[in-house]
Design a binder for this molecule. Structure first.
Ligand code: PLP
Length: 359
């Protein structure tokens, strides 16, 4: 598959920085230019159609992830949606979280002084999670599907089993470093709330995100809020109680529209094709890095692996790597790369060549 031709990538660059921010498809960029111009045309009517436009984006998001429209919320970023959700849950709830999680996932538990247990993700992280749930009996398990520093990916079949075995446990997941790399069905996932920002693997720039909620959690929250009167004023009459928290104000059409355009593009290219392509390229990278002993020990032997890889070279090589055209980022004990649809095997070979020269 020649996914690369859908993106503007200069010859001298190997773009491996999707875990920081992903590239926008050419078509999405073109759409943004036209939209912004027409939207602010004084004589145009787009500005008045803002609510319908946002409703349309929401429909696209819900279809893309297989969630219910009524339990899909458009948010400006992961952090807003997640912390708003945490604030709606009873304060006595206890949380289970992995060490070194993305700060916006872990810190809201700390700064709100909520009861929590932290466990270290190792090679057998799923086993450790299961044991911790048996031992501490938390009300909520919060987790990034793909960890932002190490690239550790939680087995999604494990999440389904976990939910089946512990139906009352709330599973709140962050999909920001994962969604966009393969097909994903929220309804079947066992996850109660899944939030994400669109600017990385979903190729959608900043300012857009989404929160998807299961029927069970939606009902639980509606019960918790059952004594709150619904807004009566005409302007807010259509809002459900959860919308008043997650979607309190007007949403930006350019950024949410960008998300819609990129989701349509990903659908057109086919998420299964994208998954296959990423797997093939990623496998080559894992193999060449393993031969050089450059993988994190907790990732090396895992069967479930992501396309976010932390290469165990000195993070201080960052400047030289960038100068040589490999766009990446220093994180933790190494250099973080991401392999997305616009990367191919030749990118991996170019990166390995650069690393071999610098080491
Ligand atoms: C695991 C993870 N979640 C979420 C985000 C983004 O969240 P936000 O856009 O709210 O900063 C990132 C960005 O680095 C991330 O790595």
């Amino acid at each position: 598959m020649h996914f690369k031709e859908n993106f503007d990538i200069p010859e001298e660059i190997v773009y491996l920085n999707s875990p920081s921010n992903g590239l926008l498809p050419k078509e999405t960029k073109a759409w943004r230019m036209v939209w912004d111009k027409e939207f602010f045309d004084t004589q145009g009517s787009f500005r008045d159609q803002q609510p319908e436009f946002i409703a349309d984006v929401k429909e696209t998001v819900a279809k893309f992830f297989h969630s219910e429209i009524k339990s899909t919320f458009l948010i400006p970023n992961f952090s807003f949606g997640y912390s708003t959700l945490i604030d709606l849950l009873p304060r006595h709830y206890s949380y289970l979280v992995l060490t070194d999680e993305y700060p916006s996932l872990q810190y809201p538990i700390v700064n709100r002084r909520l009861k929590h247990t932290v466990i270290k993700p190792e090679e057998h992280v799923e086993q450790a999670i299961e044991q911790a749930i048996d031992e501490y009996n938390p009300d909520v398990f919060i987790v990034s599907i793909v960890q932002y520093i190490t690239g550790l990916k939680i087995d999604l079949e494990f999440i389904q089993r976990l939910k089946r075995r512990n139906p009352s446990l709330l599973i709140i997941a962050d999909g920001t470093q994962f969604l966009g790399t393969e097909p994903f069905n929220f309804k079947q996932s066992g996850i109660d709330a899944l939030a994400g920002s669109g600017y990385k693997w979903l190729l959608s720039g900043y300012g857009n995100g989404f929160l998807l909620m299961s029927d069970g959690l939606t009902r639980r929250l509606q019960n918790i809020l059952s004594d709150v009167p619904l807004p009566k004023v005409a302007m807010w009459k259509h809002k459900g109680i959860l919308n008043t928290f997650f979607e309190p104000g007007h949403q930006e059409t350019l950024s949410h529209g960008t998300l819609k355009q990129s989701l349509l593009k990903l659908e057109e290219l086919g998420l299964e094709n994208i998954q296959q392509h990423i797997q093939q390229v990623t496998q080559e990278a894992y193999q060449l890095l393993a031969e050089r002993n450059l993988l994190l020990p907790e990732i090396k032997e895992r069967e479930v692996r992501s396309s976010l890889i932390n290469i165990q070279v000195d993070p201080q090589l960052y400047d030289q790597l960038t100068k040589a055209g490999a766009i990446c980022f220093p994180r933790g004990t190494g250099i973080r790369i991401g392999i997305h649809l616009y990367n191919d095997i030749s990118d991996v070979h170019r990166l390995i060549e650069i690393i071999d020269k610098l080491r």
